[in-house]
Design a protein around this ligand. Structure first.
Ligand code: PXP
Length: 239
């Protein structure tokens, strides 16, 4: 049975568009938990375009399931994580000009750096997840750096323009999942998943958790946050 963790960044995006105090991602997180989400995710970006430091602090106080802080592996964020102590940190690549996280982390290219960041976080009792492309070499590198979890990037699958391309990327995801399982890593997946393309993931029961934000917030605008979360929980719980 897979779990759903809800990313509340884009509730904050709507708030920041007006520069006022609503809608509040902290309230949305509470509603998501009431609707069955088993984790709350927020990405504190270096440019603070959506989630603010205040949100992270309040989420730490109020989240009752599991708080997953997505962040770049840079000193500023490591310091904040060590102070706030989320249950889990997901290391992601971050470019200022991107609209959203575009690709997975290139762990292989900076293994020493990621191993060092992971050690600092784990020493404080924080679990570490690596957001990586479906590539077995990156999975192995995440393990060598001390990662507990790999979150497989599903964005390229979600954006595939043809069925053939989607099939090809889905098999890469399957291969990366198998490698992660052999390495004894826990496995999550996310990015670009919605109420339609998630269904195929039933074929990969090794994936324990799905990290989903945009499609839930988009549906919530129309049907309400609790209903949007509950409908996604119902989809993944039978995987
Ligand atoms: N996982 C990671 C590492 C992400 O950066 C994001 C986007 O913030 C997501 C999952 C969720 O992606 P989406 O908003 O497309 O569901």
């Amino acid at each position: 049975m897979a779990r759903l963790a809800v990313n509340v960044d884009h509730v904050a995006t709507v708030r920041q568009a007006r520069g006022i105090t609503e809608p509040d991602p902290v309230l949305a997180a509470g509603l998501a938990e009431l609707a069955g989400a088993e984790g709350i995710i927020c990405h504190l970006r270096e440019d603070r375009r959506h989630i603010q430091d205040r949100d992270l602090r309040l989420l730490r106080e109020t989240v009752k399931t599991k708080l997953n802080m997505e962040m770049a592996a840079v000193d500023e964020m490591v310091k904040i994580a060590l102070e706030i102590k989320p249950d889990l940190v997901t290391l992601v690549p971050e470019k200022r000009e991107e609209l959203t996280t575009e690709g997975g982390l290139d762990v292989l290219a900076r293994k020493d750096h990621y191993a060092n960041v992971t050690a600092r976080l784990k020493e404080a009792g924080i679990m570490v997840s690596f957001f990586i492309d479906p590539d077995s070499a990156q999975v192995e590198a995440a393990k060598q750096c001390g990662g507990d979890i790999v979150e497989i990037h599903t964005g390229h699958y979600a954006e595939a323009r043809t069925e053939k391309e989607a099939d090809r990327i889905f098999s890469q995801i399957g291969a990366a999942v198998n490698t992660a399982e052999k390495q004894g890593l826990r496995i999550s997946a996310g990015h670009g998943l919605n109420y339609v393309n998630i269904k195929r993931f039933r074929e990969l029961p090794q994936i324990e958790e799905y990290s989903i934000g945009h499609s839930i917030v988009a549906r919530a605008v129309l049907v309400g946050f609790e209903r949007a979360v509950r409908e996604m929980v119902d989809l993944v719980k039978d995987f």
